[in-house]
Design a protein around this ligand. Structure first.
Ligand code: PMP
Length: 427
């Protein structure tokens, strides 16, 4: 028995399914989850000391790679001054200033502790601001696990086969309208019919929770347009794409501006954090300035603030995003070529350092239906083949992959060679 197997057996006695977030349980791909002992740069090391080249990177936050020495040093130094005060610190202002300086339309920003809290609070704010109840989301997009947003959701909700979760009151779910991602006409029609009842659209500007689906040209522009016409708030959920697909996320990449932006992941450099921010007239409705209530004991926690500040400093080195994109291109092109040689039909999507592979004959994958039609059985065998080879991919076919600045060309070439060997066994 491996150490991971025995640790998993112990964990299942005291934690539901042995995990604290469902996808970690390997239910989709089968087998035993790898228990991690430590991580450094591009690598994870499991409890049996096996090394993996990691393309999950804590599901996105570790854009610099794991345990960057400067980030760790900043966290250790802060820890010696206290872990949490529940009172304001200068660090919060520094990080907020950085976000407001970099992001379009971000006049004010509030920190929370997770992406879920950021989107949940942003929705409440949009409802409070407009006085409307209905919200629009897109099938296969995941915005965390708050009630209004667990309707036809992606990520683990999709993997576990419960995109609309029991426990969400029907009366609440009724206010959530779910449209098809990248369906421009569907959006226009919905707003033509009931635009004046809609508080907000929330969208992943690059969908990363049904594998990786970029927006088709005109999709995000249409969302901006219908919101402007109807008075609905456009929430761009950049929890995954923020500081990932570019320094200013998908908004910088595609030139679209949100009314409210939600952030998480990278801005905490691996510590639990989230944020929502946007236009002053909307953000001023939040307590204590306004009547929309939102709070958090650990919000703006100094540990998360220093990790975020240090990470944001480091990722602003000139050329970092070009380098990340070049590495991602190298990986994706290499893996596609290896699949072609082996006669395995494979398609890929990539935006900046986010990417996804699809086991499908289709040349382009742009929507949820196509994602659902992919060969998951083949993905599962690919996943386990790669894991044996020492490459750690997300343990479900509905998740995006992430490159970090710490991955070397040698790591990437080793990954491509591993994929070549695994593809040879998949036919
Ligand atoms: N929004 C998006 C786009 C996400 O990808 C996620 C999580 N991956 C969330 C929100 C929720 O974030 P968290 O898991 O930190 O609650």
């Amino acid at each position: 028995m491996s150490k991971s197997e025995s640790l998993f057996a112990e964990a299942q006695k005291v934690i539901p399914g042995g995990v604290n977030s469902p996808v970690r349980a390997f239910r989709a791909v089968g087998g035993t989850p790898v228990f991690i002992e430590r991580a450094e740069g591009a690598y994870l090391y499991d409890a049996d000391e096996k090394r993996y080249i990691d393309y999950v990177q804590s599901w996105g936050p570790m854009v610099l790679g794991h345990a960057h020495p400067d980030v760790i040093e900043a966290v250790i130094e802060q820890a010696q001054s206290g872990l949490s005060f529940g009172a304001p610190t200068e660090l919060e202002t520094e990080l907020a200033e950085e976000l407001c300086r970099l992001w379009p339309n971000m006049d004010l920003v509030r920190f929370v502790n997770s992406g879920t809290e950021a989107t949940m609070s942003a929705i409440r704010l949009a409802r409070g601001h407009t006085g409307r109840d209905k919200i629009v989301k897109f099938e296969g997009c995941y915005h965390g696990h708050s009630d209004s947003l667990l309707v036809k959701a992606g990520s683990g909700a999709l993997t576990m086969g419960v995109p609309s979760s029991p426990g969400v009151p029907a009366s609440l779910a009724d206010h959530t309208i779910t449209l098809t991602y990248n369906d421009i006409e569907g959006v226009k029609q919905c707003f033509a019919e009931i635009g004046d009842q809609i508080a907000c659209i929330i969208v992943e500007p690059v969908a990363g929770n049904m594998n990786c689906i970029p927006p088709v040209p005109g999709f995000l522009e249409t969302l901006r347009e219908v919101c402007d016409q109807s008075g609905a708030v456009l929430i761009l959920d950049e929890v995954m794409t923020g500081f990932r697909v570019s320094l200013t996320g998908a908004q910088g990449y595609y030139g679209i501006e949100a009314d409210i932006t939600t952030l998480g992941k990278v801005i905490g450099g691996g510590m639990p954090v989230g944020a929502f921010g946007g236009k002053r007239e909307i953000m001023e409705k939040i307590a204590p300035l306004g009547p929309v209530y939102q709070a958090g004991t650990l919000s703006g926690n100094p540990m998360a603030m220093v990790a975020g500040l240090e990470t944001l400093q480091l990722i602003q080195q000139p050329g970092l995003y070009d380098e990340l994109t070049a590495k991602t291109d190298r990986l994706v092109e290499g893996v596609l070529a290896a699949a072609k040689e082996a006669g395995i039909p494979l398609t890929a999507n990539k935006v900046g350092s986010m990417f996804g592979f699809f086991f499908t004959d289709e040349e382009q994958v742009t929507n949820y239906q196509q994602v659902m039609a992919c060969n998951t059985e083949r993905f599962n065998r690919f996943f386990h083949g790669m894991l044996d080879e020492g490459v750690y991919l997300a343990p479900a076919s509905y998740e995006a992959g992430f490159m970090s600045a710490a991955h070397s060309d040698e790591d990437i070439d080793a990954t491509i060679e591993a994929a070549r060997r695994v593809f040879a066994k998949l036919t």
